[in-house]
Design a protein around this ligand. Structure first.
Ligand code: PLP
Length: 431
């Protein structure tokens, strides 16, 4: 339950926004959030919503988890900022805590403020450490919007329109989407063939600094890469001295039921970019990499004034400790299995659901027509009906036809079931 701690905000934030904000940011709703707790957000229309968007897959422990709030309050009073002048304990404590959860060997960290910055740092480190320039990314990937990260992003043409020229020597190859290409093996075969063509026709492997891939595409449609594809990509990287970079900005910190998708797939990258959930709602990003790679990155070759700010690091440490203490990974596996089973029942009931795919609580529900054709308008209708009924969900995918089912990782069973009931009712009233 949300405790009312102050007078409600005046209604209609969206109507005020036009006179103060640049219109460029694409808000997912026209609602203004007033206060929030756990899975619930109270909005300026006087209603409470079940929030299964969680700050775009950010609030792993829901809104305002007491351990995170307490850590932040304590840190704000003790030491708020050092800006690269002094070492501070929260950053070192966090680094040591991360060493206990990251994939094997990725035990050196660089902290920044966001996912985009983590990708930017990964790109720079990959070029710096290999002395090579070309970087290969995958179609449909979202990696951020700064000029470097945007050069890797290819999930929507509108993100790139009017910003060219982007970074040179970035090449895109098709992402292996099992649903679109007829299963894991067919998708793996097609993507490997595209890589062979790339090596034969456009770019020799010795020129490539890195492959950058989301092991499960987020914005691109909640699409997991087949395990065998990642294994083959790892082999190609090892054979040709190419660095494998995972963008785990969305998949990281328990979303998949493992700490990282790298562990879920059993394939370890050389550089792992994280953000979103790590900060428990505060802005923090990081890259995790092997020592032999970070040792090459000379002092001053990269940096950030706010990156790894003490307050954000204290929040992140509270996230990691709480996730361990509350056995969140086990909870994600149980809740994820339950939600997936119920969504698969809905798939049987409604032909418009073409696919339900996990893992964990990173579940995509793909809406289709005529078999496998994307049905964006239907997904939009379902999303709107959910919102009217009090459930906030986000969509993704090239045609915006995939609904992301991403409750907080510690979602209570009653809330999870309520969300599933509301989604089912919304689909029933939309078809
Ligand atoms: C996979 C992935 N990479 C990078 C980013 C960019 O992160 P940020 O918005 O924190 O800069 C996002 C954001 O949605 C993301 O989902």
């Amino acid at each position: 339950m949300i405790k009312k701690t102050s007078a409600p905000a005046p209604p209609g934030m969206s109507s005020r926004a036009g006179s103060v904000l640049a219109p460029v940011l694409g808000w997912a709703t026209q609602l203004g959030a007033v206060r929030a707790s756990g899975s619930t957000v109270e909005c300026d229309d006087g209603r409470s919503y079940l929030d299964f968007a969680v700050g775009t897959a950010t609030l792993a422990l829901g809104h305002g988890h007491p351990a995170v709030v307490e850590a932040v309050e304590r840190q704000v009073r003790t030491l708020m900022h050092t800006g690269g002048v002094f070492f501070h304990e929260p950053m070192l404590d966090l680094g040591e805590a991360l060493q206990t959860i990251v994939p094997d060997g990725l035990d050196r960290f660089f902290f920044c403020n966001s996912g985009t910055e983590a990708i930017e740092a990964s790109l720079k480190l990959a070029r710096y450490a290999t002395g090579r320039q070309a970087v290969v990314a995958f179609t449909g990937g979202f990696h951020g919007r700064s000029m470097g990260a945007l050069s890797l992003t290819s999930s929507a043409a509108k993100y790139r329109r009017k910003y060219r020229p982007l970074l040179p020597e970035i090449v895109h190859v098709p992402f292996p989407s099992a649903f679109r290409l007829g299963g894991d093996e067919a998708a793996t075969g097609a993507a490997l063939a595209a890589l062979r063509d790339l090596f034969d026709l456009r770019l020799t492997p010795g020129e490539i600094a890195a492959f950058v891939i989301e092991p499960i595409q987020g914005e691109g449609g909640y699409t997991p890469a087949p395990r065998r594809f990642l294994q083959e990509l790892r082999k190609l990287c090892d054979e040709h001295g190419i660095l494998l970079v995972y963008d785990e900005v969305q998949t990281g910190f328990g979303r998949t039921g493992d700490w990282f998708a790298a562990q879920h797939f059993g394939v370890t990258p050389d550089i792992l970019a994280v953000a979103k959930a790590i900060g428990g709602g505060l802005p923090l990003g990081a890259i995790c990499a092997r020592k032999k790679i970070t040792d090459v990155w000379e002092k001053g070759a990269h940096g950030s004034t706010f990156g790894g700010n003490p307050v954000c690091c204290a929040a992140a440490l509270a996230v990691v400790e709480t996730m361990k203490k509350e056995k969140i990974l086990d909870k994600v596996r149980v809740s994820g299995k339950h939600a997936t089973e119920r969504l698969l029942e809905m798939k049987k009931e409604f032909q418009v659901i073409g696919d339900v795919r996990g893992p964990g609580l990173m579940i995509g529900v793909e809406f289709v027509k005529n078999g496998r054709e994307p049905n964006g308008p239907l997904a939009e209708t379902v999303q709107a009906k959910c919102r009217e009924a009090g459930l906030i969900l986000l969509s993704c995918g090239q045609a915006h036809n995939v609904i992301r089912f991403i409750p907080p990782l510690n979602v209570r069973k009653a809330d999870l079931d309520r969300g599933l009931d509301l989604l089912r009712d919304a689909i029933r009233h939309s078809v």
